[in-house]
Design a protein around this ligand. Structure first.
Ligand code: SAM
Ligand code: DTB
Ligand code: SF4
Length: 335
């Protein structure tokens, strides 16, 4: 049984990345099988509950007010609309509903409004996740009290490359929010984006940061940059797809018990590339035809792909519609 470590050196992680591709995939798939049903995939659906006009300057993001991306800004969505989107996601087979807001951080009034959405979505028998930007400790506790299952907050890239991408908040700000979420007892969803022009060493450092957190995130989204015209990173040279697969594999090896999510960027990936990502240990996807503001594969295409690959959904305690009595976790995808 592989042990769960939190002391990875950069050199060790770089050596994992540099293994011959077949060796790396075999390694990752072997680790995957120790902990998970290799044919089970978890599905989360996303909804942007507040869109655009964000004061931050994240160089990849179509929602930053600093870039002209022709995105229509939208105020906080009314509760009823959120619930109909959640109902539709559940009917299509999603087990988790993730709500994202284009905020630097929520204020306490906004947090209460999101809290109502979380409670109502949870009552529908879905797991809940929100991503709202930076949180203070009391805000994380409040979200725990309303029953939030997961908070998504990404490190995005390595500490070294970070300043090339974002200047309006620091790496340490992100680590602080993550520790507030962890301390509140909410499951952590934390990953990053590759294909932003970073060096191979930056991808290794990103994985190192994630794997050396005091506790591994329960969910690790690996996003491939979705290039949006008007953002500073538009036109970045495309990442070699095999390097994307390698990133998934090394995340799987270093965080053996975490769900690794093949996240943004699937719309531009072939079915074969996605299959390689599942082989490398990805066991979660974003499902539904939209991410936050950009396109994701149609649900029907994913259903067909699952059928062709013999993949099935993770058994989910909430899928029956029963209101859970205990906080569910991802053990339902366990080997
Ligand atoms: N505003 C909040 C924040 O940044 O924490 C929450 C929403 S933000 C859109 C959530 C995450 O989406 C970002 O941290 C980033 O990792 C990811 N993301 C945003 N734009 C992306 C893009 N063009 N390609 C890939 N991932 C992206
Ligand atoms: C994550 O790591 N990826 C998702 C989710 N967490 C919030 C967001 C991807 C956004 C892609 C660009 C967009 O659709 O706006
Ligand atoms: Fe704002 Fe989040 Fe986009 Fe950054 S990633 S610009 S914080 S919405």
């Amino acid at each position: 049984m592989t042990s769960t470590r939190h002391d990875w050196t950069q050199k060790e992680i770089e050596q994992l990345f540099q293994q011959p591709f077949n060796d790396l995939l075999f390694h990752a798939q072997s680790v995957h099988r120790e902990h998970f049903d290799p044919n089970a995939v978890q599905m989360s659906s996303l909804l942007s509950i507040k869109t655009g006009a964000c004061p931050e300057d994240c160089g990849y993001c179509p929602q930053s007010a600093k870039y002209n991306t022709e995105l229509e800004r939208e105020a906080l969505m009314p509760l009823g609309e959120v619930l109909s989107a959640a109902r539709a996601a559940k009917a299509k087979g999603a087990s988790r509903f993730c709500m994202g807001a284009a905020w630097r951080n929520p204020n306490d009034r906004q947090l209460e409004q999101v809290g109502e959405m979380v409670s109502a979505v949870r009552d529908m028998g879905l797991e809940t996740c929100v991503t709202l930007g930076m949180l203070e400790a009391h805000q994380a506790q409040r979200l725990r009290d309303v029953g939030l299952d997961y908070y998504n907050h990404n490190l995005d890239t390595s500490p070294d490359y970070y300043g090339e991408v974002i200047t309006t908040r620091t790496y340490q700000d992100r680590l602080d929010t993550l520790s507030h979420v962890r301390d509140a007892g909410i499951h952590v969803c934390c990953g990053g984006i590759v294909g932003m022009g970073e060096a191979p060493s930056d991808r290794a450092e990103l994985v190192q940061q994630l794997a050396n957190l005091p506790q591994h995130p329960e969910s690790v989204p690996i996003n491939l940059l979705v290039q949006v015209a008007g953002t500073p990173l538009y036109g970045t040279e495309a990442l070699d797809p095999f390097d994307f697969v390698r990133t998934i594999a090394v995340a799987r090896i270093t965080m053996p018990q975490s769900m690794v999510r093949l996240s943004a960027g699937r719309n531009d990936m072939s079915d074969e590339l996605q299959a390689l990502c599942f082989m490398a240990g990805a066991n979660s996807i974003f499902y539904g035809d939209k991410l936050l503001t950009t396109d994701n594969p149609e649900a029907e295409r994913d259903q067909k792909l699952f059928e062709r690959l013999g993949l099935h959904l993770c058994a989910d305690t909430r899928a029956s519609g029963d209101v859970p009595t205990t906080k569910s976790d991802d053990k339902t995808c366990a080997a």
